[in-house]
Design a protein around this ligand. Structure first.
Ligand code: SF4
Length: 213
Protein backbone atom coordinates (compact mmCIF):
# COMPACT_ATOMS: atom_id res chain seq x y z
CA UNK A 1 0.00 0.00 0.00
CA UNK A 2 2.81 2.37 1.01
CA UNK A 3 4.69 1.44 -2.15
CA UNK A 4 1.61 2.10 -4.29
CA UNK A 5 1.19 5.60 -2.88
CA UNK A 6 4.91 6.21 -3.39
CA UNK A 7 4.60 5.02 -7.00
CA UNK A 8 1.78 7.51 -7.57
CA UNK A 9 3.82 10.28 -6.00
CA UNK A 10 6.77 9.43 -8.20
CA UNK A 11 4.65 9.62 -11.38
CA UNK A 12 3.41 13.08 -10.37
CA UNK A 13 6.91 14.21 -9.44
CA UNK A 14 8.31 13.07 -12.80
CA UNK A 15 5.52 14.90 -14.67
CA UNK A 16 5.99 18.13 -12.73
CA UNK A 17 9.79 18.13 -12.94
CA UNK A 18 9.82 17.18 -16.65
CA UNK A 19 7.61 20.17 -17.33
CA UNK A 20 9.88 22.47 -15.36
CA UNK A 21 13.17 21.00 -16.65
CA UNK A 22 12.55 19.62 -20.17
CA UNK A 23 16.30 19.52 -20.84
CA UNK A 24 17.37 17.42 -17.87
CA UNK A 25 20.18 15.58 -19.61
CA UNK A 26 23.43 14.82 -17.81
CA UNK A 27 25.69 17.89 -17.57
CA UNK A 28 28.93 16.01 -18.37
CA UNK A 29 29.96 16.43 -22.02
CA UNK A 30 30.85 13.32 -24.02
CA UNK A 31 30.48 11.83 -27.46
CA UNK A 32 31.12 8.12 -26.77
CA UNK A 33 30.47 5.71 -23.86
CA UNK A 34 34.24 5.63 -23.27
CA UNK A 35 34.41 9.42 -22.92
CA UNK A 36 31.52 9.34 -20.47
CA UNK A 37 33.32 6.67 -18.45
CA UNK A 38 36.43 8.87 -18.15
CA UNK A 39 34.37 12.01 -17.40
CA UNK A 40 32.40 10.21 -14.70
CA UNK A 41 35.55 8.95 -12.96
CA UNK A 42 36.88 12.52 -13.03
CA UNK A 43 33.63 13.94 -11.64
CA UNK A 44 34.11 12.45 -8.15
CA UNK A 45 34.36 15.37 -5.70
CA UNK A 46 34.51 17.81 -8.63
CA UNK A 47 31.98 20.02 -10.42
CA UNK A 48 30.73 19.02 -13.87
CA UNK A 49 31.78 22.45 -15.15
CA UNK A 50 35.39 21.81 -14.16
CA UNK A 51 35.33 18.28 -15.57
CA UNK A 52 34.02 19.61 -18.90
CA UNK A 53 36.83 22.18 -18.99
CA UNK A 54 39.42 19.45 -18.44
CA UNK A 55 37.93 16.89 -20.83
CA UNK A 56 37.81 19.41 -23.68
CA UNK A 57 41.58 19.02 -24.08
CA UNK A 58 41.87 15.55 -22.59
CA UNK A 59 39.59 13.90 -25.17
CA UNK A 60 41.68 15.42 -27.98
CA UNK A 61 44.93 14.13 -26.50
CA UNK A 62 43.71 10.67 -25.44
CA UNK A 63 41.41 8.94 -27.91
CA UNK A 64 41.38 5.31 -26.77
CA UNK A 65 41.97 3.12 -23.69
CA UNK A 66 45.43 2.34 -25.12
CA UNK A 67 46.39 6.03 -25.03
CA UNK A 68 45.57 6.32 -21.31
CA UNK A 69 47.13 2.97 -20.45
CA UNK A 70 50.45 3.72 -22.14
CA UNK A 71 51.08 7.29 -20.99
CA UNK A 72 53.39 7.94 -18.02
CA UNK A 73 51.25 8.09 -14.88
CA UNK A 74 52.83 11.44 -13.93
CA UNK A 75 51.80 12.99 -17.24
CA UNK A 76 48.20 11.82 -16.86
CA UNK A 77 48.17 13.14 -13.29
CA UNK A 78 49.21 16.59 -14.54
CA UNK A 79 46.58 16.52 -17.29
CA UNK A 80 43.75 15.92 -14.80
CA UNK A 81 45.24 17.70 -11.79
CA UNK A 82 42.61 20.46 -11.56
CA UNK A 83 39.79 17.93 -11.00
CA UNK A 84 41.23 17.12 -7.55
CA UNK A 85 42.24 13.74 -6.11
CA UNK A 86 44.21 13.47 -9.33
CA UNK A 87 46.62 10.76 -8.16
CA UNK A 88 43.83 8.31 -7.34
CA UNK A 89 41.86 9.27 -10.41
CA UNK A 90 44.86 8.80 -12.72
CA UNK A 91 45.53 5.38 -11.18
CA UNK A 92 41.86 4.39 -11.61
CA UNK A 93 41.76 5.59 -15.21
CA UNK A 94 44.92 3.70 -16.14
CA UNK A 95 43.77 0.54 -14.35
CA UNK A 96 40.35 0.81 -15.93
CA UNK A 97 41.75 1.29 -19.44
CA UNK A 98 44.13 -1.63 -18.96
CA UNK A 99 41.19 -3.86 -18.01
CA UNK A 100 39.13 -2.60 -20.95
CA UNK A 101 41.94 -3.68 -23.28
CA UNK A 102 42.69 -6.98 -21.54
CA UNK A 103 39.13 -8.20 -20.97
CA UNK A 104 36.72 -6.25 -23.16
CA UNK A 105 38.56 -5.71 -26.46
CA UNK A 106 38.94 -1.99 -25.71
CA UNK A 107 35.16 -1.47 -25.53
CA UNK A 108 33.06 -0.29 -22.58
CA UNK A 109 30.89 -3.22 -21.44
CA UNK A 110 27.12 -2.80 -21.40
CA UNK A 111 26.18 -4.54 -18.15
CA UNK A 112 26.30 -3.35 -14.58
CA UNK A 113 27.95 -6.61 -13.49
CA UNK A 114 30.84 -6.12 -15.92
CA UNK A 115 31.18 -2.37 -15.39
CA UNK A 116 31.61 -2.64 -11.62
CA UNK A 117 34.59 -4.97 -12.08
CA UNK A 118 36.57 -2.04 -13.56
CA UNK A 119 38.87 -0.02 -11.27
CA UNK A 120 37.28 3.27 -10.20
CA UNK A 121 33.78 2.16 -11.25
CA UNK A 122 31.08 1.61 -8.63
CA UNK A 123 27.33 1.22 -9.09
CA UNK A 124 26.82 4.97 -9.44
CA UNK A 125 29.29 5.35 -12.29
CA UNK A 126 28.04 2.14 -13.93
CA UNK A 127 24.45 3.40 -13.88
CA UNK A 128 25.49 6.80 -15.27
CA UNK A 129 27.04 5.03 -18.25
CA UNK A 130 24.27 2.50 -18.80
CA UNK A 131 21.55 5.14 -18.69
CA UNK A 132 23.20 8.05 -20.48
CA UNK A 133 25.47 6.35 -23.02
CA UNK A 134 23.63 3.09 -23.76
CA UNK A 135 19.99 3.94 -23.04
CA UNK A 136 19.76 1.07 -20.53
CA UNK A 137 17.77 2.24 -17.46
CA UNK A 138 19.82 2.86 -14.34
CA UNK A 139 19.16 4.74 -11.10
CA UNK A 140 22.07 6.99 -10.19
CA UNK A 141 22.31 7.84 -6.50
CA UNK A 142 24.65 10.80 -6.26
CA UNK A 143 24.65 13.41 -3.51
CA UNK A 144 21.62 15.23 -5.00
CA UNK A 145 19.48 12.14 -5.58
CA UNK A 146 20.33 10.94 -2.09
CA UNK A 147 19.35 14.22 -0.42
CA UNK A 148 16.23 14.96 -2.49
CA UNK A 149 14.75 11.46 -2.34
CA UNK A 150 15.20 11.44 1.45
CA UNK A 151 13.56 14.85 1.81
CA UNK A 152 10.65 13.85 -0.41
CA UNK A 153 10.26 10.75 1.74
CA UNK A 154 10.87 8.10 -0.93
CA UNK A 155 13.46 6.38 1.26
CA UNK A 156 14.56 6.36 4.87
CA UNK A 157 17.98 4.93 4.08
CA UNK A 158 21.31 6.75 4.02
CA UNK A 159 23.32 4.21 2.12
CA UNK A 160 23.36 4.95 -1.66
CA UNK A 161 23.01 1.29 -2.66
CA UNK A 162 20.01 0.78 -0.35
CA UNK A 163 18.47 3.98 -1.72
CA UNK A 164 19.02 2.73 -5.26
CA UNK A 165 17.10 -0.45 -4.45
CA UNK A 166 14.32 1.51 -2.67
CA UNK A 167 13.90 3.72 -5.74
CA UNK A 168 13.98 0.75 -8.13
CA UNK A 169 10.88 -0.53 -6.31
CA UNK A 170 8.82 2.60 -6.86
CA UNK A 171 10.12 4.30 -10.01
CA UNK A 172 8.96 2.74 -13.31
CA UNK A 173 12.00 1.08 -14.91
CA UNK A 174 11.78 3.04 -18.17
CA UNK A 175 12.05 6.24 -16.10
CA UNK A 176 15.10 5.29 -14.00
CA UNK A 177 17.60 7.41 -15.95
CA UNK A 178 15.35 10.44 -16.49
CA UNK A 179 14.19 10.34 -12.87
CA UNK A 180 17.82 10.42 -11.67
CA UNK A 181 18.72 13.30 -14.00
CA UNK A 182 15.60 15.25 -12.95
CA UNK A 183 16.43 14.85 -9.26
CA UNK A 184 20.01 15.97 -9.88
CA UNK A 185 18.83 19.16 -11.61
CA UNK A 186 16.17 19.75 -8.98
CA UNK A 187 18.77 19.29 -6.25
CA UNK A 188 21.08 21.79 -7.90
CA UNK A 189 18.49 24.47 -8.61
CA UNK A 190 15.78 24.22 -5.97
CA UNK A 191 16.19 21.50 -3.36
CA UNK A 192 19.69 22.76 -2.58
CA UNK A 193 21.67 21.30 0.29
CA UNK A 194 21.75 24.11 2.82
CA UNK A 195 18.36 25.78 2.51
CA UNK A 196 15.91 24.26 0.05
CA UNK A 197 13.72 26.75 -1.81
CA UNK A 198 10.46 25.03 -0.85
CA UNK A 199 8.28 28.06 -1.59
CA UNK A 200 9.37 27.87 -5.24
CA UNK A 201 9.24 24.08 -5.52
CA UNK A 202 6.93 22.51 -8.12
CA UNK A 203 6.81 19.16 -6.31
CA UNK A 204 6.17 20.51 -2.83
CA UNK A 205 2.72 18.96 -2.57
CA UNK A 206 4.24 15.47 -2.96
CA UNK A 207 7.15 16.11 -0.60
CA UNK A 208 7.10 15.05 3.04
CA UNK A 209 9.57 17.75 4.12
CA UNK A 210 7.95 20.45 2.00
CA UNK A 211 4.49 19.84 3.40
CA UNK A 212 5.82 20.31 6.96
CA UNK A 213 7.11 23.81 6.18
S1 SF4 B 1 9.45 20.94 -1.07
FE1 SF4 B 1 11.45 21.61 -0.33
S2 SF4 B 1 12.40 19.79 0.56
FE2 SF4 B 1 10.71 19.11 -0.75
S3 SF4 B 1 11.64 18.69 -2.75
FE3 SF4 B 1 10.87 20.79 -2.78
S4 SF4 B 1 12.61 22.06 -2.19
FE4 SF4 B 1 13.06 19.94 -1.58
Amino acid sequence: MKNQSNRNRVINIIKALSKEIPDSIIALKFSTPFELLIATILSAQCTDVRVNEVTKGLFKKYRSPKDYAEVELKELEEDIRSTGFYRNKAKSIQGCCQELMNRFGGKVPKTLEALVTLPGVGRKTANVILGNAFGIPGIVVDTHVLRVSRRIGLTKNNDPVKIEFDLMEIVPKEEWTDFSNLLVWHGRRTCVARKPLCDQCVIRRWCEDGSKI
